[in-house]
Design a protein around this ligand. Structure first.
Ligand SMILES: Nc1ncnc2c1ncn2[C@@H]1O[C@H](COP(=O)(O)OP(=O)(O)OP(=O)(O)O)[C@@H](O)[C@H]1O
Ligand SMILES: [Mg+2]
Length: 239
């Protein structure tokens, strides 16, 4: 299969702080890949560098999307290529309604006639959002906000969806619901790269995984193999 996304010897510097230290990773078209690791490993920095949300001058190395270098692109240009990101902590528009938030996700689209159908399919996927379509984003529960953040990504009809800690701060049942949805979205054809600290759910959902530790990738394999790996079990799965 073709590599949709590839990071080659990617480094990130916040000034003098060398946060990501030369990582190599890729995501194939149609795949669902996870990046796991403890606090401060560099997961968010990596994801936001792909989506154009970090300062470009901090980057060394290359980020390829469909074989094309994008590491110098600003966020708006990256979004235009079909890369959508749901941020850690979600960042939905708190003063806009659920419906308006979803519409915002479609702002770059030219095929405006299909937007309504896509909003309807988000409501079908997340019936809780339909019940709350006129409620302000800021008044939603954490789980509902995560659903809205994912829904908003879908409204851009992305080729690649990036998610930063979709499980953050959510109760186990909601986490399960969110991951079932992510799995479905992937099976319906969207390539997914997500970052997680909840290694258990991450490795039981994705196809392949990368383990990041203090700015480096220390392991990469199929999730099945990672889950059976003694070191991973001990350090990340608590078994
Ligand atoms: N704006 C910044 N300025 C300076 N250092 C930063 C900045 N943002 C992140 N860092 C540092 O870069 C490193 C990687 O941070 P990052 O947020 O990417 O980690 P993470 O793996 O996402 O962690 P977490 O699981 O806690 O979200 C950390 O040491 C962090 O302190
Ligand atoms: Mg993070």
């Amino acid at each position: 299969m073709a590599k949709l996304l590839e990071l080659i010897d990617f480094h990130y510097y916040y000034g003098n702080i060398h946060s990501v230290k030369g990582i190599n990773m890729h995501v194939e078209e149609g795949e669902m890949v996870t990046l796991i690791g403890a606090n401060g490993a560099g997961k968010t920095t990596t994801l936001q560098s792909i989506s154009g949300l970090t300062k470009r001058k901090g980057i060394q190395g290359r980020i390829l999307f469909n074989g094309k270098e994008i590491q110098t692109y600003p966020g708006s240009k990256v979004a235009g290529l079909g890369i959508a990101q749901a941020l850690e902590g979600r960042h939905i528009f708190s003063k806009l309604t659920v419906d308006e938030n979803l519409r915002m996700g479609a702002y770059l689209r030219k095929d405006t006639k299909n937007i309504k159908d896509d909003i309807d399919s988000v409501y079908k996927r997340f019936p809780r959002l339909l019940e709350r379509r006129n409620q302000l984003g800021g008044t939603l529960s954490g789980g509902e906000q995560q659903m809205l953040a994912i829904g908003r990504c879908l409204l851009s009809r992305p080729k690649l969806m990036l998610l930063d800690e979709p499980s953050l701060g959510l109760a186990p049942l909601i986490v399960k619901e969110i991951f079932i949805a992510i799995n479905e979205i992937n099976r319906e054809g969207t390539t997914v790269l997500f970052v997680e600290q909840n290694s258990k759910i991450a490795l039981s959902t994705a196809h392949r995984g990368y383990v990041m530790q203090t700015g480096e990738i220390v392991m990469s394999d199929t999730c099945k193999n990672l889950m059976e790996n003694t070191e991973v079990k001990k350090a990340y799965l608590g078994v």
